[in-house]
Design a protein around this ligand. Structure first.
Ligand SMILES: Nc1ncnc2c1ncn2[C@@H]1O[C@H](COP(=O)(O)OP(=O)(O)OP(=O)(O)O)[C@@H](O)[C@H]1O
Ligand SMILES: [Mg+2]
Length: 134
């Protein structure tokens, strides 16, 4: 599957989270996403970027534009080398939080995406990949 663009952004601060939101919005517009789909991928990106910062201790996001025939997509990969997640099923559950949040970030990001993949190993870090198609 051809990749139209690929860029990386460091997530180390709240300002970086805002920057990731803006960049994802801009790329979604460029790929022809309508307003509803833009907002879905931006909201998912915002939740995952916050998790990378708050739970992962910072990390990197890779933003890729995808081309598959006529359709266009955005793939976002969030990676950190934080503490990792011991029980992924539990972490994915609505309302589960270890940090006093609402516990809706991961489950919300999954609902807002067409594809969702999470890998994590305790003590090594976490990688979350989402794709939203136009
Ligand atoms: N990158 C990460 N590294 C380590 N743990 C994580 C990471 N992302 C999520 N988690 C764990 O999964 C839990 C659920 O995450 P989720 O985003 O759903 O909720 P939350 O961040 O606690 O609250 P919020 O609703 O504000 O997002 C977190 O409380 C945390 O324990
Ligand atoms: Mg969260």
């Amino acid at each position: 599957m051809p990749i139209l663009l690929s860029e990386q952004r460091v997530i180390q601060s709240a300002e970086d989270v805002v920057g990731v939101r803006q960049m994802v919005r801009q790329r979604a517009v460029e790929l022809g996403f309508n307003l509803v789909d833009q907002t879905k991928i931006v909201t998912a990106a915002s939740e995952l970027a916050r998790n990378t910062l708050q739970h992962g201790g910072g990390g990197v996001v890779t933003i890729e534009g995808l081309e598959e025939g006529a359709r266009r997509g955005l793939r976002l990969t969030f990676e950190d080398r934080g503490p990792g997640i011991v029980d992924l099923d539990l972490a994915m559950r609505d309302g589960y939080t270890t940090g006093g949040g609402l516990g809706l970030g991961l489950s919300g990001a999954k609902r807002l995406s067409n594809e969702f993949h999470i890998e994590s190993k305790a003590g090594e870090g976490t990688r979350v990949t989402i794709v939203r198609w136009r």
